[in-house]
Design a protein around this ligand. Structure first.
Ligand code: SF4
Ligand code: SF4
Length: 86
């Protein structure tokens, strides 16, 4: 039984496979807080839930941003830009 489980975990298509091989993002979102109006549109657009409105009513990008730019594309204020990760 245990051997069966072991082989199964090693098979291609195992849900865990690919997670650790995922390439690191090359860019991330950055918020210009002076332009942000706190509307929350970026939060709704982020599939990964990596951007939130903070206690001061401004958007804040959390760790794990994929760099997909969905937030930038919906921001009505042009407050979000994408920056390269060193
Ligand atoms: S969509 Fe733009 S203006 Fe609205 S909360 Fe996000 S960064 Fe701020
Ligand atoms: S770039 Fe993509 S993952 Fe990063 S905060 Fe914006 S919508 Fe979310």
């Amino acid at each position: 039984m245990a051997g069966f489980l072991f082989r199964r975990n090693k098979a291609d298509g195992y849900p865990g496979k690919g997670f650790f091989d995922k390439p690191e993002p090359e860019r991330r979102a950055k918020v210009n807080r002076a332009l942000c109006k706190g509307c929350g549109d970026c939060c709704s657009a982020c599939y990964y839930r990596r951007i939130r409105i903070d206690g001061k009513g401004r958007a804040h990008v959390r760790g794990g941003c994929s760099g997909c730019a969905a937030c930038m594309n919906v921001c009505p204020s042009g407050a979000i830009t994408m920056i390269d990760i060193d």
